[in-house]
Ligand binder design. Structure first.
Ligand SMILES: *Cc1c(COP(=O)(O)O)cnc(C)c1O
Length: 457
């Protein structure tokens, strides 16, 4: 069997069921429904092995920022693979694409961030964060500062450190996580957890959980606070406008590091290069991945602010951390070409000035739908809350049932949206045209109608 043998959909599904353990999957359920096999893609569209066309409202997994089918990335990968397919950056070595990519990323990052540590994924980036943060405080002569504060329902990856920094209870339950030295505070999820507070009040309340936890633990124990600018996997949770300014006020009072996980928000998703710029944050570390290569090859990294970089460089000696594929030349060449395209085609400006305002105004109209409790979003991120009762925010009896029903109806009707419980979320490629946004919203509306019908409301 070679990779050019042509198999039928049924044959592929049978082999898949027999051999392939998928990420985040209930395999009994998968076996019962059968997998959908995505075979090719172009622009914002996918095609499965039955020839069905699907609009990819998730850009793969939040990553295919420049859209599918950009042959320039294939060409640079081909050329780089022939010239130098692999070499490591250990032992006083480096390679041209990795060097150039580090410089190019430093160029678009906030001014005080000038170094990049490369990894193979976002999870590895967050493992690096944990190591780097603790190393930093050791070097500063404050070895008791070990604890990292994350947030409930945050997502920072699926390795042991990533899952521990994240606040996904289902992940914690399956692995005796989090590991020691990681604690979680409430998330700024007003629609789900704001109760009787106004969004502004709730934003302040959620931010002040950070201050309360720092006080409770003692500043001398706390190393860092880690958060996504906008929670992605947790359900595209856009914090109330009061949240980030209050967090900034609190962080200014205490000497702890700020880690802003840019794995989703980085590389243009919010209409700025990074979510930190959207919210005017000054992080010490920014884990990145996903849009870094538009998903064409796996790659991640940590953008390191001067404060931490200087400590590592000047006082650190050897930092015993790194990966075989740190600074992989082919992935780096693809990342560099991806950045060139984002820059030359002014895609981030397009998001900010055209696509995001248009998408947000179009999905806002869906708030009037009888099944919809709230619509929210920033840039090309959007969320639609499905509820039984718009006035009381009452959900359908079995949590997630409306969401998974809607998600399945979406796929059947040619649209990928993800369901997080009963929250439908979207994150289309940044290059989606305004006409394609119309098509996206038309399909969403159809699927909301079908979902409401099936739920009998
Ligand atoms: C996807 C994601 C990660 C993990 O990245 P992987 O490449 O899947 O390891 C980390 N943080 C955030 C915010 C993510 O969305």
């Amino acid at each position: 069997m070679t990779n050019v043998t042509k198999h039928s959909t049924a044959e592929l599904q049978a082999m898949d069921a027999a051999h392939y353990l998928h990420p985040f999957t209930d395999h009994k359920d998968l076996g019962a429904r059968g997998t959908r096999i995505i075979e090719r893609a172009e622009g914002v569209y996918l095609w499965d092995t039955d020839g069905k066309q699907i609009l990819d409202g998730m850009a793969g997994l939040w990553c295919v920022n420049i859209g599918y089918g950009r042959t320039e990335l294939a060409d640079v990968a081909y050329r780089q693979m022939r010239e130098l397919p692999y070499y490591n950056s250990f032992f006083q070595c480096t390679n041209p694409p990795a060097v150039k990519l580090a410089a190019a990323i430093a160029d678009i990052a906030p001014a005080h961030m000038n170094h990049v540590f490369f990894t193979g994924s976002g999870s590895e980036a967050n493992d690096t964060v944990l190591r780097m943060v603790r190393r930093y405080w050791d070097l500063k002569g404050k070895p008791t500062k070990k604890t990292i504060i994350g947030r409930v329902n945050g997502y920072h990856g699926s390795t042991v450190a990533g899952a521990s920094l994240g606040g996904m209870s289902v992940m914690h339950e399956q692995g005796d996580l989090p590991i020691p030295g990681i604690v979680h505070i409430a998330q700024p999820y007003w629609y789900g957890e704001g109760g009787d507070m106004s969004p502004d009040e709730f934003g302040l309340w959620a931010a002040r959980q950070l201050e309360a936890r720092i006080e409770e633990l003692g500043e001398d124990q706390v190393a860092a606070f880690i958060a996504e600018p906008i929670q992605g996997a947790g359900g595209v949770i856009v914090p109330p406008v009061t949240y980030w300014p209050e967090v900034k006020r609190i962080l200014a009072k205490y000497d702890i590091l700020l880690v802003i996980d840019e794995v989703i928000c980085g590389f243009g998703r919010t209409g700025e290069w990074f979510g930190s710029q959207y919210y005017d944050l000054k992080p010490d570390l920014m884990p990145i991945a996903k849009g870094m290569t538009s998903g064409y090859l796996p790659m991640g990294g940590v953008i390191v602010g001067d404060r931490v970089a200087n400590a590592l460089i000047d006082d650190g000696g050897e930092f015993f951390h790194g990966y075989t594929y740190s600074g992989h030349p082919v992935a780096a060449a693809v990342g560099l070409e991806n950045l060139r395209i984002l820059r030359d085609e002014k895609i981030v400006d397009y998001v900010k000035n055209e696509a995001a305002p248009y998408l947000q105004s179009k999905i806002a109209e869906l708030a009037a739908h009888r099944l919809v409790g709230e619509v929210r979003g920033v840039g090309l991120l959007g969320a639609i809350e499905l509820v039984k009762n718009k006035a009381t925010r009452e959900r359908f009896a079995e949590k997630g049932s409306a969401g998974s029903l809607c998600r399945d109806l979406c796929v059947r009707n040619g649209l990928v949206m993800r369901a997080v419980g009963d929250t439908m979320i979207m994150s289309p490629p940044l290059v989606i045209s305004l006409a394609e946004i119309d098509e996206l919203v038309k399909r969403i509306r159809l699927c909301l109608d079908l979902t409401a019908e099936q739920l009998g409301i």
